[in-house]
Each structure stands twice: as C-alpha cells, then as structure tokens.
Ligand binder design. Structure first.
Ligand SMILES: CC(C)(COP(=O)(O)OP(=O)(O)OC[C@H]1O[C@@H](n2cnc3c(N)ncnc32)[C@H](O)[C@@H]1OP(=O)(O)O)[C@@H](O)C(=O)NCCC(=O)NCCS
Length: 155
C-alpha cells in the first residue's frame, strides 16, 4: 500500500459507533472500550474521539482524555485496522490528538503502551515521545506498561 494524501482525521460521530466497536474488537484482546463507553466518550466534553481512514472510512481511531484544570492530556487509546497499517494513519491521528490538546491549552500529551508493543513504541518514539516510568501490571492481563510523554508546542 502507498501512503495517501487522502488521510485526514476528524472527530467521531454517533454514526461511527459500529465501526469503532468493530475496530476495537479486531485490535485488542483485553482492556477493550465497550460500545457504551464509546457512546459516552463521543458525547463527552472531556474526551475527544478521532477517526481516520484511507479513503474516508474508519480504519483508525484515537481517544484523548482531558481533565478540567489540567494542562496534560492523556492519549487513552490508539488503534489502526491491520489492513490499513503502514499508511500513516496512526501518525495522522496522533497529530490531530496533539493539535486538539494544544487547542484546549494543554502543554503535554502522555500515554501508556505495553512494554512488548514494539510497533507502537517505535511509532511514539518517532513522533517525539519520551519514556517516563514503568507501570507494573497496568493492563487487565497483568502486562506492564511504559508511560511516554511529549511536550506540546503552542501554535
Ligand atoms: C501501532 C499502530 C497504531 C500503528 O499504526 P499505523 O497506522 O500502521 O502507523 P503509521 O503508518 O502511522 O506509522 C508511523 C510511524 O510509526 C512507526 N511504526 C508504526 N508501526 C510500526 C511497526 N509495526 N514497527 C516499527 N515501526 C512502526 C514507523 O516509524 C512509522 O513510520 P514509517 O512507516 O515512515 O517508518 C498499529 O500498528 C496498531 O493499531 N497496532 C495495534 C494496537 C496498538 O498497539 N495500539 C497502540 C496501543 S498503545
């Protein structure tokens, strides 16, 4: 597959629910976001759900949480369908998540990633994220996570 200029991320809508649930089930074995949680996150002011697709579909999604009075946003989830990987979708979603965090006045974005998730770790490090602490037994299956963080530049 070739990288495409057609990729752009947008905010998710209720109409994306089925696609988001399908993507979540296909991507993650544990710690899945349920349909009810997706619905809540899409409607919530403190969450930002972004979707992106190779040709306008929903092949990838990101969820960012914002807390009132906090200058740090948290990238809670990032997933791209196996069939759409390697096209820059995650990069586009990450850039959109960062732009939204800056728009909301945040100075940093942080995230957790499984210590064995080499692809995602390579992605985050290539995008300027720095490794912080190791979180023991972070995931439902007992796996440890690394916390990564990136300072965001003001527009
Ligand atoms: C990790 C994931 C989101 C990457 O999505 P993607 O759309 O394929 O990533 P991109 O095409 O935007 O990649 C951007 C850069 O990240 C790095 N990267 C992404 N996946 C990589 C992999 N498997 N191995 C090495 N580097 C990788 C590369 O530097 C890549 O740039 P390049 O293609 O120019 O070399 C995707 O593989 C995925 O959804 N995995 C399963 C869920 C998951 O692990 N989510 C993260 C949880 S914290």
């Amino acid at each position: 597959m070739t990288r495409s200029a057609e990729i752009s991320a947008r905010k998710a809508a209720r109409a994306d629910l089925d696609a988001l649930v399908a993507l979540e089930c296909a991507t993650f074995e544990t710690d899945r976001i349920s349909r009810a949680q997706w619905r809540r996150h899409i409607a919530s002011d403190s969450a930002c759900v972004l979707v992106a697709g190779v040709r306008g579909g929903v092949d990838g999604a990101a969820v960012v949480f914002h807390r009132r009075n906090s200058r740090r946003a948290r990238l809670y989830s990032l997933a791209v369908a196996a069939s759409a990987r390697g096209n820059g979708l995650a990069k586009a979603l990450l850039a959109a998540a960062e732009a939204e965090a800056v728009r909301r006045g945040c100075e940093a974005l942080y995230l957790e990633v499984g210590v064995g998730n080499r692809g995602a770790i390579a992605l985050y490090e290539s995008q300027g994220y720095r490794r912080a602490v190791r979180l023991q037994g972070f995931y439902e299956d007992g796996t440890d996570a690394w916390r990564y963080t990136r300072r965001l530049a003001a527009p």
